[in-house]
Design a protein around this ligand. Structure first.
Ligand SMILES: Cc1cc2nc3c(=O)[nH]c(=O)nc-3n(C[C@H](O)[C@H](O)[C@H](O)COP(=O)(O)OP(=O)(O)OC[C@H]3O[C@@H](n4cnc5c(N)ncnc54)[C@H](O)[C@@H]3O)c2cc1C
Length: 349
């Protein structure tokens, strides 16, 4: 059997695509499970909320975690400056959110829990090798879609994968004391050219950050000590540690949508905010855009052009965030903005 489309990855991008495809023979392959969860802050930004609302979708209560967040406590460890900014995120269990999106995929779509380990294109047919618990099986399709996040196998096989990456490392700590629950964004130029975060999720506290790949483990440990000292909190009782790479788009050419039957959506295409690493909204938007293009055209060259046009506003939005990044991540500019208190809110303790 030759599928019309094989979707690799069922994060927000892949599950949105799979949910919206019409009249196609589709196979979806994903290797996320309880032992292999996507490391994430699990914050659903307003743009993502709006996209879900657009499909009349609501988030089940089980997906949400406590506390819900109204502001981000932003701190610079070097200047010791702290400011609060209003935010409208939903605080979620990311794994349950992904499972919820997968549950919306129509039953006619075949889903395999396994890892795609190879893709070869021969005579316009893609041969996709998938490793499951039991065996390695091969599947054929006219198109493949890389919805497999950073370091996507589809991107590595068919396109350039030289976009800048960070190593995101997160640790979870058991934390029953909820008296000081908060969501923090941390800057520390001594240990990272990016940012870090602290988020409470039910009975856990997550501390994580994005680090330059060289010596990332040491930089994480040094920064962790600095954060613990600055906030006077205990980060020694580690419940679990997780890590994955995360893209940071810098140039327009970092965004690759694909052509000739090999397409990219979500983070695999480079669609992630370079300033905040918010990526769920871009994943949903690009999955929706490719689904609409597949539903409208059978000719693959038309699918490519249509998808490229549909995601142009998304590319422009993300490129503008490259400029925003300069203000956020330059030590002097950031501290001037924080000192002036621009857009910050006054917190009375
Ligand atoms: C530490 C961290 C924190 C973040 N926090 C936030 C946040 O709070 N809010 C936000 O909006 N964004 C956040 N992001 C970004 C966000 O997680 C991603 O941009 C978003 O998940 C991208 O969605 P996606 O569907 O493109 O890919 P992913 O969510 O990465 O999904 C890819 C899926 O493909 C599967 N997969 C990968 N390779 C294969 C393979 N070879 N075979 C089969 N399956 C495969 C994976 O298991 C996964 O299920 C964060 C990122 C990181 C790293």
């Amino acid at each position: 059997m030759v599928y019309d489309i094989i979707v690799i990855g069922l994060g927000p991008a892949g599950s949105t695509l799979a949910r919206l495809l019409k009249n196609k023979k589709v196979l979806a392959v994903d290797n996320q499970n309880t032992l292999n969860k996507k490391p994430c802050g699990g914050l659903l930004a307003p743009d993502a909320q709006k996209l879900l609302a657009h499909y009349d979708l609501v988030i089940p209560k089980e997906v949400l975690v406590s506390p819900q967040i109204f502001s981000v406590k932003t701190m610079d460890l070097e200047s010791k400056m702290i400011r609060y900014y209003q935010r409208y995120y939903l605080n979620m269990d990311r794994y349950l959110f992904d499972k919820y999106l997968v549950s919306l995929i129509p039953k006619n779509i075949n889903i395999i829990n396994g890892r795609c380990i190879d893709i070869v294109k021969e005579d316009n047919i893609f041969n996709v090798a998938v490793r499951t618990n039991k065996e390695i099986k091969k599947y054929k399709a006219l198109s493949v879609v890389g919805a497999d996040g950073c370091s996507s196998i589809v991107r590595r096989k068919f396109y350039k994968d030289n976009m800048m990456k960070y190593m995101a490392i997160q640790e979870w700590y058991k934390c029953t004391d909820k008296s000081n629950s908060f969501y923090s964004c941390i800057f520390d130029r001594k240990t990272s050219s990016s940012c870090s975060w602290l988020i409470h999720k039910d009975e856990y506290l997550i501390y994580g950050g994005a680090f330059d790949i060289t010596n990332c483990k040491q930089k994480f440990e040094i920064q962790k000590q600095r954060v613990a000292k600055f906030l006077d909190i205990d980060l020694s009782n580690v419940y679990k540690k997780e890590a994955c790479q995360v893209y940071r788009p810098k140039y327009y050419c970092d965004f690759i949508t694909g052509k000739n039957g090999a397409y990219l959506i979500g983070e695999a295409a480079g669609f992630i905010s370079p300033s905040s690493f918010e990526g769920i909204s871009s994943a949903i938007k690009s999955g929706e855009s490719l689904a609409k293009s597949f539903n409208k055209y059978n000719d693959l060259s038309k699918v490519s052009t249509s998808y490229k046009h549909k995601v142009l506003p998304l590319k422009i939005k993300l490129i503008l965030k490259v400029i925003k990044r300069v203000f956020m991540y330059n030590y002097f500019l950031r501290n001037i903005i924080m000192k002036l208190g621009i857009s910050s809110i006054k917190v009375n303790k």
